[in-house]
Design a protein around this ligand. Sequence first.
Ligand code: ADP
Length: 213
Amino acid sequence: MIKLTKRQDEILEIVKRNGPITGKEIAEKLSVSRAALRPDLAILTMSGNLDARPRVGYFFNEKLGVKQQAERYIHQKVADFKAHPIVVEKSTSVYDAIVQLFLEDVGTLYAVDSEGHLAGVVSRKDLLRAAIGNRNLQELPVSVIMTRMPNIITIEPEATLFDAAKKMINYHVDSLPVVKEVDNQENTYLLVGRITKTTITRAYLEIMEEKSD
Ligand code: ADP
């Protein structure tokens, strides 16, 4: 897909809102001459963004519009969509972790060490497995049952939602801790958020709702 210029984006917006609209009317809205717009209109028509009908004007191509909107959306930054991480100390008991899971209404907890660095991930299934096999959940720390560093799949705030979606699917996990690496300390991360499959689903819904507005 070609990258549109700012001017071409402006034209698309105008046609989206006002189409069908003639080249002359678009030029007036942008306060430029028709001749100056001709190359942009040619590019937008050839690339399929716009349809043109003689004597009627330009129309917005809805189908391509959705694809572009989805594309723009999927390239949004993790930083802008991340939720608060729900965190427990790694010495927290499995019992308290289960209570926390219900209280916070989440599927995954992140465990941190005494310095607040990411130490583990505790999912629903981890907790269920522990609950089946152990009597005394109040004595059992989550550090025994969690998935720990360096096996945690993380994502950085600057990554895109697309990167996050791919990682969750490829590694079969429901959530990713959003982290910043601590300077000069390998595998030592500060937790700054979480991205879940729900985040991605919500993002998808937002595109579609924006479309039908
Ligand atoms: P659930 O257990 O509710 O199905 P997940 O599919 O996310 O949730 O977790 C499956 C397993 O993967 C669990 O053992 C969990 O500890 C681990 N896990 C979850 N998220 C991550 C992650 N980001 N990186 C590494 N392991 C993870």
